[in-house]
Design a protein around this ligand. Structure first.
Ligand code: 5GP
Length: 120
């Protein structure tokens, strides 16, 4: 994204432990926690620990180790949630048109029931 990273955003505050979250997984590269307003029976967010505004910012600026570690955490989170057999959806919103609310890169993991077509 074009905006500089805002250290005061809500996910930065969760990473610093200033706001509680229902954690699913945490490692050197990522934190996964339940969404506060779930839109599926299972709705978890996975965020990198580094200061990246969006998927584009992360993909351009993060190191190979950060990128690899992040996606490993996404897969491990889905496995821990028991979603691998039935399946799940991974989604990220970037910027205005996608309705991104929190300016710290995050992917949503949705699962727990058949999810229907995208953009429905
Ligand atoms: P976005 O629209 O940016 O892709 O999604 C932001 C997500 O963060 C939303 O699904 C919203 O419910 C979730 N969210 C916003 N604030 C908090 C919070 O303080 N704690 C948690 N766990 N989730 C939050």
């Amino acid at each position: 994204g074009l905006a500089p990273y805002d250290e005061g955003n809500i996910f930065a505050r969760i990473l610093r432990g200033e706001i509680p979250a229902r954690k699913v997984l945490e490692d050197d590269f990522a934190l996964a926690f339940h969404d506060i307003a779930p839109q599926a029976p299972v709705h978890v967010l996975v965020i990198p620990k580094g200061p990246y505004v969006s998927v584009a910012d992360f993909s351009r600026k993060a190191s190979p180790a950060e990128i690899s570690g992040f996606w490993h955490a996404v897969a491990e989170t889905a496995r821990k949630l028991g979603l691998e057999d039935a399946g799940f959806r991974v989604l990220t919103n970037m910027g205005h048109d996608a309705g991104q609310e929190v300016p710290h890169f995050h992917v949503h993991i949705f699962g727990g029931q058949p999810l229907g077509p995208m953009l429905a």
